[in-house]
Design a binder for this molecule. Structure first.
Ligand code: IMP
Ligand code: MG
Length: 185
């Protein structure tokens, strides 16, 4: 489906975007491939996908429909600010998964890796809970912005060094609902 500029403006409430970086069709195709990669990577054992909210909500919903083996889904909400938070180490968790990680293959599902700081801290916390294995599946990776992560085994797309919105990604809580990913600038 080709989107006209009007289609975009109707969804953004009149805010123009610089470019559509990944179309809804490209995203859906790549997410299906990632689901197949996950299926192949975990032939046995208990698999737990933990989505980091809010950014991963659409990605997770689409991804699990392409995982063709048993899987358990949970979410995590992390924040660097706010008062009513539970602090675990360096990460402030607004919601910490109730699911037991011990002995399970755990995959942290992220919208985008930028500096990698959030991820680094969450991985340290999750590894302390003794999963059988721990990996990251990120839809987008700004690979030039961080040193390589051994755990980052599943990546949808390498992201350009731009501020992206849509498909879960927000700018001041706006634009998460867009079915495509756009460069806001
Ligand atoms: P990091 O800790 O620097 O890797 O930041 C990762 C988080 O910052 C992501 O989970 C996003 O919520 C947010 N983020 C990073 N880059 C972008 C972007 O281009 N658009 C929207 N949010 C972004
Ligand atoms: Mg965000």
């Amino acid at each position: 489906m080709t989107l006209t500029q009007d289609d975009v403006l109707r969804r953004t409430g009149g805010r123009e975007v610089k470019a559509i970086v990944f179309t809804a069709e490209q995203i859906q195709q790549r997410v299906a491939e990632l689901g197949a990669e996950l299926t192949r990577a975990y032939p046995d054992g208990d698999l737990l996908l933990i989505g980091l909210l809010k950014g991963s909500f659409l990605f997770m919903a689409d991804l699990v429909r392409h995982v063709e083996r048993p899987v358990v889904v949970d979410f995590m909400v992390a924040s660097s600010y706010g008062d009513s938070t539970i602090s675990s180490g360096n990460v402030r968790l607004l919601y910490d998964p109730a699911t037991d990680l011990a002995g399970r293959h755990v995959v942290l599902v992220e919208d985008i890796v930028d500096s990698g700081n959030t991820l680094r801290r969450l991985l340290a916390l999750l590894i302390s809970r003794r999963p059988a294995s721990l990996s990251v599946c990120a839809l987008l990776d700004k690979a030039q912005m961080h040193s390589p992560f051994e755990e980052l085994k599943f990546v949808g797309f390498e992201a350009p060094p731009a501020f992206l919105i849509g498909y879960g990604l927000d700018y001041a809580e706006q634009f998460r609902h867009l079915p495509f990913i756009a460069d806001l600038a």
